[in-house]
Design a binder for this molecule. Structure first.
Ligand code: GDP
Ligand code: MN
Length: 381
């Protein structure tokens, strides 16, 4: 999971890496208040997960609250390479003497961590590397030993960072590496890592990718995840471990596996309908999962009919059907269900469905038939 800059900086601060003090703002008024609190010159920064915000006009230096408010009004809602700005980070302006680059990633082939450092930060590092490969220095780090003091100093010297800042720069690299390891990151990239007029090393940008498979070790990361889900139905689905994406049609789609759900979407549009959502219940779905899925859909007012398309592998079709029938009996579902199942225990499942078949629970033999029936029912309602 990729974090926003302000989230990455929060983690950096916890790991002992210096970052400018700042505040999140979602309105021009909040940006003004943040600037008043911070005092002096501030930088208004668009929080979108794409590089080159500076060039795109998403980063503006402001002399004070008035200007911060005006810049915030201009940046909020801006489209930066397809990412709409909903949130800003207002931070104290830094006194930049030099801009460096530093990153830590996994080098899977080498089975080691890889540090990359350059004295030419602040710009597109791929362009720097293409133009002058020696300007970016790399170093493999044994994950068991970690980044030693000696190695960090070597990186600083080889990359040609300012001599006067060498000790602090090496310490900053070690703190960043500490964050990379202890927070289970796939990537930590700081561009620019700056040298200030006071001789301090400060992370001015933060690109952090967390390994979501390690979330069980970091319960506090859930708060980061929440910042991404604006849609309340998506948030509810996520709470139930379901993958829900809102679309703009009227047929609710429930399937197991992204591939199956996508082909179901295609079929629905092929027969002239439009999907209201994409709901993937994942592998091994049982009764509880189906109940949760249907409950999530009851919160989506644009749903007119629901198409359930399940392929049983590890998932057992009879269990899924038990869940559907149970949910239909207790949840008072506001729309009809069309159900198509195949695979493990499909015979048993079909027999169960045949017993309860009605105008509210409609069995279908094939995907196409299911799509046609669901589209028809959505139009009727
Ligand atoms: P990116 O363009 O999305 O990578 O955004 P960055 O956060 O890296 O900012 C781009 C550039 O804006 C930096 O390289 C700096 O030159 C400039 N910048 C960002 N914050 C400050 C600041 O506090 N003070 C000053 N003077 N410049 C800043
Ligand atoms: Mn940057």
């Amino acid at each position: 999971m990729d974090l926003f800059e302000y989230q990455g900086k929060e983690l950096f601060a916890r790991a002992g890496v210096s970052v400018p003090e700042g505040r999140v703002a979602t309105t021009p008024a909040e940006a003004r208040a943040a600037a008043e609190e911070l005092g002096g010159r501030v930088v208004v920064k668009a929080q979108v997960q794409v590089g080159g915000r500076g060039k795109a006009g998403g980063i503006k230096l402001s002399e004070g609250p008035d200007e911060a408010e005006a810049h915030a009004a201009a940046i909020l809602g801006m489209d930066i390479k397809g990412h709409v700005v909903h949130r800003l980070w207002i931070e104290k302006a830094s006194d930049i003497v030099a801009e460096y680059y530093a990153s830590f990633t996994l080098d899977r082939a080498a089975k080691k961590h890889l540090a990359m450092v350059s004295a030419r930060g602040g710009m597109d590092i791929e362009a720097v590397a293409a133009e002058d490969p020696d300007a970016v220095v790399g170093l493999h780090i044994d994950p068991v030993i970690g980044l030693t003091n000696w190695q960090a100093s070597e990186l600083v010297y080889r990359a040609g960072l300012d001599r006067g800042a060498a000790r602090k720069a090496a310490a900053a690299l070690r703190s960043l590496y500490g964050a990379f390891v202890s927070l289970d990151c796939d990537l930590v990239e700081v561009n620019p890592l700056i040298l200030t007029g006071d001789g301090d090393i400060v992370a001015l940008d933060a690109k952090v990718t967390l390994d979501s498979n390690a979330f069980f070790r970091h319960p506090d990361f859930e708060a980061f995840r929440e910042a991404f889900t604006v849609d309340p139905i998506e948030a509810l689905a996520r709470e139930r471990d379901l993958n829900f994406i809102k679309l703009d049609g009227s047929v609710g789609i429930v399937g197991n596996g992204a591939g199956l759900v996508m082909s179901t979407l295609d079929l629905v549009s092929l027969v002239g309908g439009k999907a209201a959502n994409f709901l993937d219940v994942g592998g091994g779905a049982g009764e509880e999962t189906m109940r949760n899925a249907l409950e999530v859909l009851t919160h989506d007012p644009s749903v007119r009919s629901v198409l359930i398309n399940i392929f049983g592998g590890i998932t057992r079709c009879d269990q899924v059907t038990g869940g559907i029938i149970g949910a239909a009996g207790t949840l008072d579902l506001p729309w009809p269900l069309v159900v198509r199942l195949d695979g493990t225990n499909a015979e048993e499942a079909r027999a169960m469905l045949a017993e309860v078949a009605s105008d509210r629970i409609v069995p279908a033999a094939t995907m196409r038939e299911a799509a046609e029936k669901a589209v028809l029912l959505a139009a009727e309602d």
